[in-house]
Design a protein around this ligand. Structure first.
Ligand SMILES: [Mg+2]
Length: 186
């Protein structure tokens, strides 16, 4: 664990007199490697689950997956916004299988163009992007977007996000909850 690695390092720094006192409320954020391992753990078995759901699709259904963006498909915290390879692979798999890749973000509506560009530059198929209205809460925005997707005829077979606000409400079959480490990763 990162904590185990950091403790001796911090002790060294303190001993060297470089840092008189550690911040009392320092957040314990794991390494990038640990985060990716935690993401992998959450997604274990997901391909099997997606394959089964796709095989069970009704003829009149249009299947889709609802993706959060920051720290769910893009490594906003750790990598400044590059693709999370595992999630890019999943999005492409879904796209090949005819499952729509829908993005539902807390980013505000004025960021549509930059966000679409960021996703596409990183290789993501983008069937739809729904952003939060200015002044609206995250919970409200996320539900509004799921409702909008449903109104367009999509069946959301999964909701993949990394914050509690991504999952409040309804309109999806299965949740994949990626880590946020007590809200440090937005
Ligand atoms: Mg997020």
């Amino acid at each position: 664990m990162t904590r185990l690695l950091l403790a001796p390092l911090l002790a060294l720094v303190l001993a060297a007199g470089l840092c008189p006192a550690a911040p009392a409320q320092a957040r314990d954020v794991p390494s990038r490697e640990q985060w990716l391992a935690d993401v992998a753990t959450v997604m274990t078995g997901s391909y099997k689950q997606f394959r089964a759901r796709i095989a069970a699709k009704d003829p009149d259904e249009v299947l889709a997956v609802n993706f959060d963006i920051d720290n769910t498909v893009l490594a906003t915290y750790y990598d400044g916004g590059g693709a999370i390879p595992r999630m890019l692979k999943l999005a492409r798999f879904l796209d090949r299988r005819g499952v729509a890749v829908l993005f539902n973000t807390g980013r505000v509506a004025g960021m549509r163009k930059s966000t679409t560009g960021q996703l596409q530059r990183n290789g993501f198929p983008v069937d739809a992007l729904c952003l939060r209205g200015q002044g609206r809460t995250l919970v409200y925005g996320k539900q509004r977007c799921r409702d909008l997707f449903a109104a367009r005829g999509y069946t959301l077979i999964a909701n993949i996000g990394n914050n509690d606000t991504d999952f409040e409400g309804d309109g999806y079959e299965r949740a994949y909850r990626l880590p946020n480490y007590d809200g440090v990763l937005g």
